[in-house]
Ligand binder design. Structure first.
Ligand code: HEM
Length: 128
C-alpha cells in the first residue's frame, strides 16, 4: 500500500467500510469476552454504530458522530463503568487483534495501535 502524507488516515485506509469492518471484528471479540460482555448492553447494535462513527470522525472522516451524540467526552461517558487494568487489557486485546486483521498498511496499523494503546490507558478509572 502506498502512503500519502497529508491525506487523513480515514482516506488512506478506505473510509467508512474500513472502520465498519474493524468495529464489527472488535465487537465480535467483546461479545465472547467474560470480562467485557457484562459491561455492555444486551443489544450491541447501537454500541457498534457509535464506536464506528466516533473513529470515522476522529481519523478525519465525516462528523456524524458528534452531530448525533455531541462532544465525545469519552472519559465522562466511561465513568459509569468500572475500568481497571483487566478491562483495559481485554479491550486492547480485541482492538489490537482487529487492527492486525484489518488489512491496513503497516504505517496505518502502527498509527491506529499507538492511538488505541494511549486511549485505552486514558479510560482506566479504577484500580486493579
Ligand atoms: C479501556 C477499556 C474500555 C472499556 C472497558 C470500554 C467500555 C465501554 C462501554 C461499556 C461502553 C458503553 C456501551 C456503549 O454505549 O457503547 C463504551 C462506549 C464507548 N466507548 Fe468504550 N471502553 C473502553 C475503551 C474505549 C476507548 C479506548 C475508546 C476510543 C478509542 C472507546 C470508545 C467508546 C465510544 C465512542 C463509546 C460510545 C460513546 C457514546 O456515544 O455513548 N472506548 N465503552
Amino acid at each position: 500500500m502506498t502512503t500519502s502524507p497529508g491525506l487523513a488516515l480515514y482516506d488512506r485506509v478506505g473510509g467508512d467500510p474500513f472502520f465498519a469492518a474493524l468495529v464489527e471484528r472488535f465487537y465480535a471479540g467483546v461479545a465472547a469476552d467474560p470480562v467485557l460482555r457484562p459491561l455492555y448492553p444486551d443489544d450491541l447494535g447501537p454500541s457498534v454504530g457509535w464506536l464506528t462513527g466516533f473513529l470515522v470522525q476522529y481519523w478525519g472522516g465525516p462528523t456524524g458522530y458528534s452531530d448525533e451524540r455531541g462532544h465525545p467526552r469519552l472519559r465522562m461517558r466511561h465513568a459509569p463503568f468500572r475500568i481497571g487494568q483487566a478491562e483495559r487489557d481485554a479491550w486492547w486485546a480485541h482492538m489490537s487483534a482487529a487492527v492486525r486483521e484489518s488489512g491496513a498498511g503497516e504505517v496505518e496499523q502502527a498509527e491506529l495501535l499507538a492511538y488505541f494503546d494511549r486511549a485505552a490507558d486514558a479510560m482506566v478509572n479504577a484500580p486493579g
